[in-house]
Write a protein that binds this ligand. Sequence first.
Ligand code: ADP
Ligand code: MG
Length: 535
Amino acid sequence: MALAFDEFGRPFIILKEQEQKTRVRGLDAQRANISAGRAVARILRTSLGPKGMDKMLQSPDGDVIITNDGATILEQMDVDNQIAKLMVELSRSQDYEIGDGTTGVVVMAGALLEQAEKLLERGIHPIRIAEGYEMASRIAFEHLERISQKFEFSATDIEPLVQTCMTTLSSKIVNRCKCMLAEIAVKAVLAVADLDRKDVNLDLIKVEGKVGGKLEDTELIYGIVVDKDMSHPQMPKRIENAKIAILTCPFEPPKPKTKHKVDIDTVEKFQTLRQQEQQYFDDMVQKCKDVGATLVICQWGFDDEANHLLMHRNLPAVRWVGGVELELIAIATGGRIVPRFQELTPEKLGKAGLVREKSFGTTKDRMLYIEQCANSRAVTIFIRGGNKMMIEETKRSLHDALCVARNLIRNNSIVYGGGSAEISCSIAVDAAADRYPGVEQYAIRSFAEALDSIPLALAENSGLQPINTLTAVKSQQVKENNPFCGIDCNDVGTNDMKEQNVFETLIGKQQQILLATQVVKMILKIDDVIAPSDY
Ligand code: ADP
Ligand code: MG
């Protein structure tokens, strides 16, 4: 594609291989883009809220995923429309920044697009719509801050934190165990949190899962669980006060490289070579023993002969441990990763009160528990469940809960959920619209209407009559001047979300509104789509 000018200086575009391209321009481009974006939002709409539906997705190689998490659904859907991809990105950025609210943000963007379409039909210029949306989003942003509340908790009183995580989990498949999982998530986050700096490093929380058992068996381990076992079945299964050598270097005799040539033409020569190899490894084992290690954890493997020797010399070892796990083990045990064998010294050993191997059910699967570590700031959440899909979904749901707990520690402002915050913003934005003299007024009103789509979707998904419910709640908010009225999805009997203890983080909600507005503005500003036509 190139830009050229005609004899009057007017620009025009030269399309290379024009017959192979499709080009949509002007209002048609906007309409096409809007409908692509809305199509994506429509898919997620039914997944919103505590009574939202789950999606089952099959990947090309036959793996099945069942999930309720917006970001995951879109990630797996393999969309190839460019605008639809923007929506996928939108959900992903909410996931990266906040962790929760990935469905809501897409539903919100879809509603904004729907309203924009109506405005375009009326002949309002897309730029004016974009500007109106921008103003409205700022009003909503500030209004959220006004209706937010500070949320008090301390390391000893974790109940409020647990409540918030429960709101997040209540919309997931795992909501049967939400109480227990929320508690685990909060305890895990508090274990790794730095409350003075208000910072949480979620990398220190390892989430491990194993098929078998039931969801209720999920546990929090103050230490590391590795999906590996001792390299030899006769090695001890339980080591107290372990001193651990963490090796990322090979732990075996040097192998002749393929490019080298070793001539072995007599039996004696072979014997010598073998003895040398053995001697070399024996020295390595001795070195480990000399520095005081009682357990060796290696990134690499060693062969059966070395394994046998290790068992004989009474030095338990674990092989093929992944890099991420090694790092966590090093952090937890206060040890150092040793990249060159010569550098192994007593100070580099990690310390753990108890290392034990645990087997599960009737399977041969065993896992290694490293507990009572020198540094307790690395924990593992160990998930059990009936099948792999369940475990994967539990991991995703826990991720949301962990993020919510982290966000609350960073910033303890909350707004109430169940659509109450959106309704309150909608009322505020609608009221503010009259103050704007320009055409933007229409866009601002439409923004208010789009905000209503969240409570509408929540009501619809819970089997309530959407319009009736929304209007009733809205008038109640105005009448009682109570911004906490929302949709009573679980039929508790009150729609005061403060009483129901349904809340979300303020930054999460604000981020949703900002991100959704940004994407919609971007889509509205596209008036020319040039793409290769079908291959
Ligand atoms: P997201 O991926 O956007 O977090 P969810 O499926 O988790 O989507 O749904 C979140 C929405 O459900 C929020 O608007 C939240 O306020 C609402 N919600 C969660 N639990 C309840 C509840 N018990 N009652 C009413 N609304 C709820
Ligand atoms: Mg959620």
